[in-house]
Ligand binder design. Sequence first.
Ligand code: ADP
Ligand code: GLC
Length: 480
Amino acid sequence: MKIVHAASEVFPYVKTGGLADAVGALAGTFADRGHEVSVFLPGYRLALDHPAASGAERKLRLKIEMGDRFASSDVYVLTPKKNLTVYLISREEFFDRRGIYGNGERDYEDNDNRYIFFAKAVVETLRLMEFKADIVHAHDWPTGLLPVLLRYAERRHGVTLALKTVFTIHNIAFQGVFSMRSFPRTNLPDELMGIDGLEFYGQMSFMKGGLLFADHITTVSPQYAKEIQTPDFGCGLDGVIQSRASDLVGLINGIDRAIWDPATDSLLPARYTPDDLSGKAVCRAELIKRMGLTAGFKGPIFGLVARLTEQKGISLLLANREFFVSQPVALIVLGKGDARFEKALKELADEVPGRVALAMRLDETMSHLVEAGSDFFVMPSLFEPCGLNQMYSQAYGTIPLVTRVGGLVDTVIDIDEQPNAGTGIMFAPTAEGLLSGLNRALKLFGNRAGYQAVQRRCMQRDFSWTKAAAGYEALYDENL
Ligand code: ADP
Ligand code: GLC
């Protein structure tokens, strides 16, 4: 099949979170399965400067209609492997900046224009190349308008650009809601300004475009597919999603074993397998050293790698500061995010030197070391569409502590519920829930044989992308 993916971030070129990992791995997996895969992403400065994009060549020049003006774009193309072509849509005005979505403090004010432009450039490239895709697959709000722009372009030019469109929700909490004043830049007909179109509480929602106009909707876990149909998790779009429930399916992400496998991981100081965990002890010692924990620390190390936002349950962690102060445990946090969380975590680290350590930066190498060197991985998310870290941690023999939400429910098995199959510790998304989880972890750590049995089960789980890819293929093949 000819499959086109479009997303605002794709590993390795540019990444702020799991979206990049998921799209990068999906595209690679489909290419390996013999499909002809094209991936579109904005030509951010970071992406064009990335060593992986060094072979990119300027292949096309586009003229994109943006309301009553035209904006040009250079399209850079590279072929990282067989069956895979990457298109970087560049335009200095929109993408030659330091950040991706914003400057670190706040989102760029022209994100509406940037992603309208990007989606239109994808459509225009497909049209100019007479591409005729079987599938155009858009991910999250930045590409929410792609399915609708594509169908209107087909009508306007009397061509077929794609047989089917698919829209994947990686996170319904980010919807791309802008003033209706942005609407004219889409050049879509006025009828789409209403409630049956892109209108969302008087504003314009990019995500609603994807939800209403894609032929199929997917999200990244079966549990999240159920949750987003409820007011508690739907972020105001639960009604729209319910109206398309028969076209919605939840397919769990996988992990890319070429990047996340402790037996081959070149970012680690030592490698290991379930049969020989000595390399994990080397990683632990290195983590203690690199993060400045007390030398020779023997207690359990809890690791956390995440965007420091409300979603990731940082407030639950902070509500349990007493646990980290009074118990003989260590906590390592790798993450950047909301200033209030960064500040409170710094205060905690200052209060508990040698046992609580922080690295407030994006650091791919350190993220692998935290996964490998910790004893437990903490993910107290308030909601979690899929979550990748709990799968990475199981692969690395680091027992996950997770809330019972979203994809965490679909990927972790509680050790008390299933003593012979359990791989982690699960709890309610509350401060008390997390505390009970931390205490259970402490107890498990004291029982070496029990801990190691869980650890081995974790490492034996299969989280490969093959399963997810087969699910998507079935969907791509399904008749409309
Ligand atoms: P989300 O996409 O909601 O952020 P996921 O668990 O799906 O959550 O994916 C997060 C990804 O981002 C993981 O690959 C994780 O290792 C990575 N990550 C998050 N924060 C950092 C950081 N500070 N440094 C390196 N990697 C990070
Ligand atoms: C989103 C979600 C995360 C998911 C990732 C990849 O960023 O927050 O749970 O794993 O997308 O699908």
